[in-house]
Ligand binder design. Structure first.
Ligand code: ZN
Length: 109
């Protein structure tokens, strides 16, 4: 499939790159870039499906940050139960021993 989205970056069409120049003769414009669209489940909501690069993604986030934060407010920190253990390991590089800290999730199910 060769479907595409237009980049959602609000400033995309203002950046002066050859990849945005369209038209011929005197009728040239800077145009929003196309973004190839991936349909497989793993990537269909990846930012790369909607923005041509990270600058356009950041422009969008900056413009809409207030609405994004209001969509899912964070008034308390999130926590994940873990077990912390320490083990003594020997470096394969120089033979010295060191303390390794191991963090594992605790399944509550
Ligand atoms: Zn863009």
């Amino acid at each position: 499939m060769s479907d595409f989205n237009w980049c959602h970056g609000p400033e995309c069409h203002t950046y002066q790159t050859q990849s945005r120049v369209r038209g011929s003769g005197r009728d040239k414009v800077l145009r929003t870039r196309k973004v190839k669209q991936y349909y497989d489940r793993q990537y269909q909501w990846d930012w790369g499906n909607f923005f041509c690069d990270q600058r356009c993604l950041m422009d969008y986030l900056r413009k809409h940050m207030q609405q994004i934060i209001q969509h899912e407010p964070r008034t308390k920190p999130l926590e994940l139960p873990i077990n912390v253990t320490k083990t003594t390991e020997t470096s394969q590089w120089n033979g010295r021993t060191y303390t390794q800290t191991n963090i594992e999730r605790v399944d509550n199910a």
